[in-house]
Design a protein around this ligand. Sequence first.
Ligand code: UGA
Length: 430
Amino acid sequence: MKITIIGAGYVGLVQAVCLADFGFNVICIEKDTEKLRDLKFGKIPFYEPGLEDLFRKNLKSNRLNFTNEFSENISTSDVIFICVGTPPKKNGESNLSFVDQVSKDISKKIKGYTVVVSKSTVPVGTSKRIENSLKKNNSIKSFDVVSNPEFLREGAAINDFMRPDKIIIGCRTKKAEKILKKIYKKLKRPYVVTNNETAEIIKYANNSFLATKITFINEIADLCENIGAEVETVAKAIGLDGRIGAKFLHPGPGYGGSCFPKDVKSLIYQGNKNSTDLKIAKAVDRANDLRVKSLFQRVKKITKNKFNNIQICILGISFKPETDDVRESPGIKLARDIGKTKAKIKIYDPQGMKNAKKELSKSIEFCNDEYEALKNTNLLIIVTEWNQFKNLDLLKVKKLMKKPVILDLRNIYSKDIVKLGFQYHSIGNN
Ligand code: UGA
């Protein structure tokens, strides 16, 4: 079986590497010449734990190849995965121009029966749109379009690929279902086989439900702060109820990344377009957008709104640990808000600094490590829960800081820290 992946972005590259590791011959088509050159030389364009090793291993075995040659590869493929970007427009709608272009290009090149799989997160109706494009431009009409959404978390993508909770196959024929099941045979995980439209909405419902869970616990955290309760204990207790579950109940600075914010907004847009007022999704979206603003108010309260001659250290700028991705990162938003005051900002993040530099003002100081970033500061804000921030040498931290004040937005420390002389503020604890 010859598998072709179109697009070597995050989803495409993980899919390509893991399928090659299953023993398939995988060709990955990437248009960007710089990216393509790097990939051919064994360099991946982003940080993802475990990916580079697996990538190099499969590159060496020659099961994984990268090219920009389209025609020949498409015409000889049995299965084509579309993994191109679907960036959000301002109104929440997904921009499908890359998907449209690729389907048009594919339609002109496929020869025998081909399964075209939509892997990108795409609004309901996109499979139909691809089918129409293939029908319009292809005389053979021998194809199936499958919707097979991914559930990979950045920072844990290899594990999520190899041990998924479920595999969703949205298709219209048994033939296509069988081929997809053959590809994922090694995984031995539960399948949900359904039509394309249901598969498409599953992805949005999944991400939006998780975003709702996070937003809910963040609001409970706010209430806990005002009534003298402890949110961690509330989360633990409600998480023990099997109907709720413990995961995605960690309060924090709000969800970020390239998926949850975009997908909740897209779900709302799809609801509006289809006469369905998605009131919960709208509330979640609004609450999350307001969250960083309220955290900035918290910073102002701690500093008594005085920022003259104040240095603030931000530890963690990626939207979550184990990634260099800063898209929709609460840390970036908070740094921008603080940047409007007279305070001087110092930042350290183990992987996200290169991307953060492109987003933030030149006046911000990016440091070589956490201790350099803490030197002479009046406030430490922990935004991302990287493991190395969980074991800081607190006595050293106290000595380095001008004033030992911590705002811990991920609750990685506890109130006990005050015994060492710190002023400690966390999320959802009084
Ligand atoms: C998310 C989903 O978890 C994946 O299943 C999905 O495949 C992916 O989107 C996608 O659509 O491609 P990801 O955005 O990489 O994955 O990261 P998550 O681990 O889900 O975290 C998202 C945000 O929620 C982060 O800002 C994180 O800090 C925040 N979060 C997560 C919390 O604030 N509390 C939690 O308890 C969990």
